[in-house]
Design a protein around this ligand. Sequence first.
Ligand code: SF4
Length: 484
Amino acid sequence: MAKTGLSKSRIIAGRQCPKRLYLETYHPELKDDSGSEALFAIGNAFGELARDLFPGGLLIEQDDDLRGALATTENAMRDDRVETIFEATFSYDGVLVRADILKKENDGLVLTEIKASTSVKPYHAADCAVQAWVLKSLGHDVQRIQLGHVNNQFVYRGDGNYHGILKEEDLTGEVTPIINQVDQWVTEMREVLVGDEPEIAVGPQCSSPYDCPFQDYCWPPMPDYPVSSLPGKGPIVQALLGEGIEDIRDIPADRLTNRNQERVRRVTVAGIEELDPKAAELLNSLPYPRYHLDFETAGPTIPVWAGMRPNQQVPFQFSCHIESDENTLTHREFLDTTGNPPMRPLAEAMIDALGDEGPVFMYTGFERRVIHNLIHWLPDLKAPLSRIVDRLVDLYPIVKEHYYHPDMQGSWSIKKVLPAMVPELQYSDLDGVSDGMAASNAYLEIIDPETTGERKAQLEAELKRYCHLDTLAMVKVAQRLAGG
Ligand code: SF4
């Protein structure tokens, strides 16, 4: 029987779960990898940057011409003028691998796997082992096996020079003992692929070490109010599931000892919201004008401006709804699309929009952290920014303490609270950008010089609608809590 072709990614999928390997191979149409597209894009961008740090390397193009890639790699391995190969392509016993960076040194080859993570993870060793197994089996002398990941201490100087962003860690000691196991892994994977779809129960492997893209296919339909949505979760969730209790409404009345979990059970069974009038007392004691502030931030893995570290969050947009009195609502906003560092123009616009007095509502402590970071970036604005920090009022703990609706499914995020409390306002009505990650991606696309003017205009409109809704939601939520 012909051997089934395998690749490193298929072997890694099969190690997570044999059923995943089977589905990846025979039923890729069942896959939902929409959530991982952005991660792939980040990985690719970091991989390209890493290659720039090894000048003179030869890239084996990754087109459909596999034979060509194998032949070009073979030639490059023999050519003494080629010191470094990117995406070197090898196949042994039907297992295909592409080595991110392969460097020829005097005492042998240095194999470097590139990851956009900021540290070595336990599962990276298996990735490297598959690569090394193929190379060693073909007779190549692999002396060192490394993982190259993002150095989160790197500070970009703004000169196009990213030397120092790649941190190479020697994993030879960790990887060598498991290289011999790859033979067995390959045998097991092939057995999976010649059989029927494996019968494997869902479990922790579905989200560890990676989120499996077949969860929609494998997981049974959830009950309306799953016990897994109890706030704080904890061992009680497993205990209830073990007793066959899947829906919060089926939990016996005296079972939950955690006050918040019991509140969620009680409200869910009752089927109507619970609003503590103490919230109104608290909110009605606050003066006007009242401001409702929300930022959008981006934290690109590859820093864009001088002074940035990898993944450092930088605000590029804010929305602010202003209640001058009980009946007057106005809106201010800022969105930087210039591609220049947005911190100063944003901070100055925000200081102007927020005036000198009145509570500034935020939802969770995120806005506080963003303003503290602005103080770090802009020490000359420390005084006005610190005065804003002193006026911040976090709406989140007020909502959490005093309000719950069954539709919130154990979460007090604004995206759960708003539709439950103010059904006429829905995030699901937004076109395009409708969460923080999408907002960050939209901004990075806007400042990409290759993005067309038309696309920029579309993204700009989406960002403004999204951020506007965030602060309008805060206004409406605060008004409901206050008895409005
Ligand atoms: S969802 Fe879980 S059980 Fe299904 S293939 Fe993925 S890891 Fe395996």
